[in-house]
Design a binder for this molecule. Structure first.
Ligand SMILES: Nc1nc2c(c(=O)[nH]1)N(C=O)[C@@H](CNc1ccc(C(=O)N[C@@H](CCC(=O)O)C(=O)O)cc1)CN2
Ligand SMILES: Nc1ncnc2c1ncn2[C@@H]1O[C@H](COP(=O)(O)OP(=O)(O)OP(=O)(O)O)[C@@H](O)[C@H]1O
Length: 217
């Protein structure tokens, strides 16, 4: 972000907060800071570190971390019965919660997986029971070949990054935010990821919808 800050704003590393009352030059509005337009570029660069970090994990390490995240989910969601949990089929080194998903079904819940109908559109969640046929969708992610379209009660959102205020950095399609924005009932939104995905801020934009909680290994 530093590159986007014009020279005049860099002269005062930490301006005293009351200075704008004493001197008009200190008024924040007077500064021609156009940094927000740089956010998509910044996000694109910021995705690389956590993505490279998790792809470097060994299979064994990823399984151990995934099972710690699954235990955290069980502590957070005490009762699965009658609930629809929107989970995901892992790709690009995401935590693998497939065994946990099977247990959700064994405990009386139902699971649904997201389907990209078209980039730039909201995702569609389809009910999937272990054993049902899957097919390859966008980015080769496996998706249910059929199954009723539903709105999950709980959305498990895999993060590329997340920040202190529970905002999510994903793959850059804006698909989760579009999906959450049109849901008629607000689901419980649980972000899941590795602790190394934590970043101080993703510079939230008006379209970003914060998650209720983020669980890590
Ligand atoms: N396992 C899993 N399934 C999921 C998601 C997810 O995050 N994880 N999604 C959650 O939404 C949807 C897929 N989302 C995707 C969003 C963007 C791209 C993609 O191709 N992104 C470009 C970069 C775009 C840009 O930076 O402008 C790329 O990676 O090259 C792929 C999948 C549905 N299924
Ligand atoms: N509700 C929305 N309506 C319209 N555009 C949106 C909405 N949500 C996100 N977008 C657009 O999608 C683009 C990508 O958004 P963002 O950087 O937040 O993606 P992301 O959360 O990292 O990706 P994803 O959710 O697919 O994993 C942005 O240009 C943003 O303006």
């Amino acid at each position: 972000m530093q590159d986007d800050i014009p020279a005049e704003t860099t002269e005062y590393a930490s301006p005293p907060c009351f200075m704008h009352e004493l001197s008009p030059e200190y008024r924040v509005e007077a500064l021609r800071w156009d940094g927000w337009s740089g956010v998509p570029r910044w996000r694109k660069a910021e995705r690389k570190r956590p993505l490279d970090g998790r792809l470097a994990l060994t299979q064994h390490d990823r399984e151990a971390r995934s099972s710690r995240i699954a235990s955290m989910l069980d502590l957070t969601i005490s009762d699965y019965s009658g609930r629809i949990v929107g989970t995901y089929w892992p790709f690009r080194g995401e935590p693998d919660l497939r065994n946990w998903g099977t247990q959700v079904v064994e405990r009386g819940g139902r699971i649904a997986l997201p389907v990209v109908i078209q980039k730039g559109w909201p995702l569609e969640y389809r009910i999937w029971t272990p054993g049902d046929p899957l097919e390859r969708g966008v980015c080769n992610i496996l998706v249910p070949a059929q199954g009723p379209c539903v709105q999950p009660d709980i959305v498990i959102a895999p993060v590329v990054g997340f920040d202190e205020a529970h905002y999510r950095l994903g793959y850059g399609g804006g698909l989760f935010d579009r999906t959450l924005a049109i849901m008629r009932r607000k689901p419980l939104i649980i972000g899941v990821g590795y602790a190394q995905s934590r970043i101080p801020t993703i510079y939230p934009q008006p379209h970003d919808i914060p998650m209720d909680v983020v669980l890590t290994d």
